[in-house]
Design a protein around this ligand. Sequence first.
Ligand code: FE
Length: 138
Amino acid sequence: MDAAKSEKVTLSDGEWRRRLDPDAYHVLREAGTEPPFTGQYVHVKDSGIYRCAGCGAELFSSDTKYESGTGWPSFWEPVASDAVEKHRDWSMLLPRTEVRCAKCGGHLGHVFNDGPQPTGQRYCMNSCALKLDKSTDS
Ligand code: FE
């Protein structure tokens, strides 16, 4: 792993508040969830790389995005296994697996085991935690 990739982004709460708009702050730093079918990337099919809205780290490729019908942008695999970190989330009756950006620790969403092949995973993400970097050569 190259040094730049392993470098963590650590900002104070005040710095995050200044850097993020309120919706993104609520999701990324307070583990909020945007209402379904409201995010800007739910139905987007453009090619590119979805980056973390907090720190810019590459998280998901549009090649792994699919229509899950849940109202949140869904992917079957992150761009690299170490791009995200998973944590057990006990905040609801049934435990879920929270997904965070490995670089800044920002909350992105949850991952479930009801996704399509080849992984069977459904990374259920919040649009406002992501920023699509559209590719120009496809
Ligand atoms: Fe990040």
